[in-house]
Design a protein around this ligand. Structure first.
Ligand code: ADP
Length: 226
């Protein structure tokens, strides 16, 4: 479970990027976070994988206060959370296969497991035939599918996706959402930010709406109201 208890975040001066946010995300949920640019969506996601810490309040991951984590705990946390971003963030000099294998090597996985699991996730994102391609040889949608494969290859408990379809055409967007659904069906918690009303409508799952750092709506049935 992820639990934000009265979380407020100030960057240097200015207004609160998050303002007294209290939310709970249960294991296996598929939660979308919507809101205008600057509403605090990315800040909220960054707190889940401890890229930012609260100014006030507490973020708990599996009942542990993330602010108390030492390096070892942070490494474990980041292994339990797969991340995907709007700009893909693939390694340009590595092939598709190598990009994913690298994430497993960094997590200290054994070579036999890497050889078994990389083809498996490539199949899941339907990119087996592109495994020897470099990122520059792929479409945006394909690159994002590689990024998703990389995010899940270490079998995280949670996938955090910050505007993963922000740069994609409607067909690629549909494919990414289908994969996120599949990942969720397999038991992984998915937390997504998006501006795409069509994506929210097609999911029909919980939607948290943010405005000026506050949660202004938390709708279990997937209403997108902005
Ligand atoms: P969203 O993802 O909804 O667009 P963000 O979480 O990125 O919103 O930003 C929320 C607020 O915090 C904005 O006012 C933004 O300018 C500010 N902000 C975000 N990151 C930083 C940062 N690293 N330093 C200073 N201000 C930031």
């Amino acid at each position: 479970m992820i639990y934000f208890d009265k979380v407020t975040k100030f960057y240097n001066g200015g207004l609160a990027a998050l303002d007294d946010v209290t939310i709970t995300i249960e294991p296996g949920e598929f939660v979308s976070i919507v809101g205008h640019s600057g509403a605090g969506k990315s800040t909220l996601l960054k707190m889940i994988f401890a890229e930012e810490l609260p100014t006030e309040g507490t973020v708990y991951f599996e009942s542990n206060n993330i602010a108390h984590f030492r390096k070892k705990d942070l490494n474990m946390l980041r292994r339990k959370i797969g991340t995907v971003f709007q700009d893909f963030r693939l390694l340009p000099t590595k092939t598709v296969y190598e990009n994913i294998a690298f994430a497993m090597e960094a997590a200290g996985q054994r070579n036999e497991d890497i050889a078994a699991d990389v083809p498996h996730v490539l199949d899941l994102v339907d990119l087996s035939e592109k495994m020897d391609s470099f990122p520059r040889e792929l479409s945006g949608g394909e690159q994002q599918r590689v990024a998703l494969a990389r995010a899940i290859v270490n079998q995280p408990d949670v996938v955090v996706a910050d505007e993963p379809t922000g740069n994609l055409d409607p067909i690629s967007t549909y494919e990414i959402v289908q994969i996120l659904k599949k990942i969720n069906d397999l038991g992984t918690t998915v937390i997504l930010t998006t501006h795409n009303k069509g994506v929210i409508d097609s999911l029909g799952r919980r939607v948290i709406t943010m405005d000026e750092g506050r949660v202004i709506r938390d709708d279990k049935s997937g209403q997108y109201v902005l």
